[in-house]
Design a protein around this ligand. Sequence first.
Ligand code: DX5
Ligand code: ZN
Length: 214
Amino acid sequence: MKIAPSILSANFNHLYDDVKDLKKLGCDYLHVDVMDGHFVPNISFGTLAYENLKGKVDMIFDVHLMITNPLYYAPIFIKKGADILTFHLEVDQDKEKIIKVIKDSGAKVGISIKPRTDVEKIVPYLGKIDLVLVMSVEPGFGGQKFMENSLSKIKFLDEYRKKHSLNYLIEVDGGINEKTAKLCKDKGCDIVVCGTYVFKAKDRKKAIEAILNL
Ligand code: DX5
Ligand code: ZN
């Protein structure tokens, strides 16, 4: 199991040092939650949150766009260092176009689905993307409780990729701790996003190891 710590829960006063430590502790991905106050009822940050870390930490920059206009913003977020750019299936824009813009800009493509979105709606895109981000909380805020209905979605996505010889990654986001991470792993999840669990842990090393060793 891979871990993607979400800097939404980080203290930006010492972000660089914290992120360097996370890499040393075995985290390969860095999850960046971008919120525009329209797609979700919260505003977080834009490219400034990560562009100065790029090139200084050897991690995969996993940028999660919770915004209504990914078609316009995708190239900007990629230029500033996103390695994987994930947009939401629920946006009211041409998904094929967004996928193309992300690929043409040189990043891997992810699509995320909210807890109330039927997993089968993502099927038409599964052959064209690199990652599916299953939301296990309503997007917008860290620190919420894991929703168990995400588990059947993970299982479906894992079975589907095996059946169709696809190799998109399955990432789960929201309410992750060592218990919920285990539930996700058992269904076929590859990466868990951890905000509160990692950044607010008393012992970060122990918290990360518990998940890496699942
Ligand atoms: C929620 C974000 C998550 C969030 C997870 O909208 O997409 O990535 O930071 O936070 P925790 O791990 O605290 O649930
Ligand atoms: Zn996220």
